[in-house]
Design a protein around this ligand. Structure first.
Ligand SMILES: [Zn+2]
Length: 474
């Protein structure tokens, strides 16, 4: 039977907790685990059920469980299955035989206790009650509760004190979502080793450096910071490519943290006008929610280059932004040579702030001409080119990018014509310059000839005079 077993939550010393379970699938048993900063996690079955869904679909196996799970999540599974089976033939629609049972309802902002019956005779007690309960957040709720309160009935319960968090990797997307929703977000959740489209391979020293730097970012922005280590790929890689899987991994982690957070933001990877089949997206991300948790996929209104322009206004973001995907020797915070570094540096350069950023202070144009550019990234580079054309800044950078894009197999005839026209214009500018230079050379030549002729005439007359004097003496 394909199911989840041996679920455990173990405290690993002060401020660290490990949540793990075995997922039994296709006759195999796999252990999955999260080590999370903090004292507790949500202990229900939902996070591990979420982790099991896509692998079960990929191996066309039903999931069976006696333990009940959130009806809202199970309903969400239905649509998730529609989406992924529609995207890729590797996924099959499977039966999820799990009983539904509503989780304890999330606590809504409200007020505690009873308003003393007969508010007027007891003004002092009433005033104290109102002072205790009615801050700005609960006022609205109290107004809705007024009928029952005036009858001396209790309010709608204690205020929900859980917070709002966002997944945070220090990259463009997560900085954008953090800055955009900063008033609401209290906490940054950082999955060390990466939880993004392409997770970073393990690298102790660099990982510690990144974690410390991002922890400092949180401190400077007045946010809490939660570090998480996840061991999922030893399981998921047997069934599903991480590119499809990582959204459900974030969903499961969000559920584990739902005892602390009522809402968790996931930063978008692609804009609405360029959505792609991918693990984290605006359709399936919110469906990992339960009755006690909202998940928001945020930032699809903006494409990546535009996000860089937006976050460029924040000095903290610019000086700590990390996008590098160079996993070779000499790993650095940002190598400045890999495609993702170059792509980000080009926008920072156009904004005139590359020097103040967490990247090398100059961009190597030749590296742009030769860097390996997968076809699915053409759009991102075209966006940068559009931005450069709009601002008219950095014409040389624009030219190099245009040339690089033209070499890509997916480039259409329009782009090729545009590139040729641009090259023609460049040659014409060069020709005009050379023509002017040739004209000035010609003029100079005429002047030189005149000078020569004058000198020759003078020399001739001088010679004549000498000859005449010699004749006279003789
Ligand atoms: Zn790099």
């Amino acid at each position: 039977m394909n199911t989840v077993s041996d679920r455990q939550v173990v405290k690993l010393g002060p401020g660290k907790v490990k949540a793990s379970a075995r997922i039994n699938l296709n006759g195999q048993t796999h252990e999955v685990s999260f080590i999370i900063q903090g004292d507790s996690v949500y202990e229900g079955i939902e996070p591990f059920l979420t982790l099991a869904l896509l692998p079960a679909m990929a191996s066309n196996q039903p999931i069976e469980l006696d333990e009940p799970a959130s009806p809202r999540l199970l309903k969400g599974f239905n649509i998730v299955q529609d989406v992924f089976t529609n995207w890729d033939k590797q996924f099959h629609r499977i039966a999820v035989k799990v009983p539904a049972k509503t989780l304890p309802a999330p606590k809504k902002p409200g007020i505690t206790g009873k308003l003393p019956a007969g508010i007027y005779p007891n003004l002092k007690t009433s005033a104290r009650f109102l002072r205790q309960n009615l801050n700005k957040k609960t006022l609205k709720r109290a107004w809705q509760d007024r009928a029952s309160l005036l009858k001396g009935q209790p309010g709608s319960g204690p205020q929900d004190t859980r917070k709002v968090a966002c997944f945070f990797s220090g990259g463009v997307d997560s900085f954008y979502t953090l800055l955009k929703n900063s008033a609401e977000i209290d906490t940054l959740i950082f999955v060390s080793g990466g939880f993004d489209v392409y997770p970073h391979p393990d690298n102790g020293e660099l990982r510690r450096m990144i974690t410390e730097r991002l922890r400092q970012v949180a401190r400077e922005m007045g946010k809490e910071f939660i570090e998480v280590e996840a061991d999922l790929q030893n399981f998921s890689d047997n069934y599903v490519n991480w590119f499809y899987y990582y959204g459900s991994a974030m969903g499961a982690l969000a559920q584990l943290l739902s005892n602390r957070f009522k809402k968790i933001y996931i930063a978008s990877s692609y804009p609405y006008n360029n959505l792609k089949p991918c693990g984290s997206n605006p359709i399936s991300d919110p469906l990992w929610r339960t009755e006690a948790l909202e998940i928001i996929h945020d930032g699809c209104e903006s494409y990546r280059a535009k996000k860089v322009v937006t976050i460029a206004k924040s000095p903290i973001a610019v000086s700590n932004l990390r996008v590098c995907q160079n996993y070779g020797e000499n790993r650095e915070y940002n190598c400045g040579k890999c495609e993702k570094c170059l792509r980000t540096m080009a926008v920072l350069q156009a904004q005139g702030i590359l020097e103040n950023s967490a990247f090398p202070s100059t961009i190597n144009l030749e590296a742009i001409s030769t860097v390996d550019l997968p076809e699915h990234l053409t759009r991102s580079w075209k966006d940068i080119l559009g931005l450069l054309n709009e601002t008219g800044k950095e014409p040389e950078l624009a030219r190099v990018i245009r040339e690089r894009i033209t070499k890509l197999p997916g480039t259409g005839i329009e782009e090729k014509i545009a590139a040729l026209e641009e090259e023609l214009a460049r040659q014409e500018r060069l020709y005009t310059k050379q023509k002017a230079w040739a004209r000035s050379l010609e003029a100079h030549n005429v002047w030189l000839t005149e000078q020569y002729e004058t000198a020759t005439r003078w020399g001739q007359s001088l010679e004549n005079e000498i000859l005449a004097r010699q004749k006279k003496r003789a």
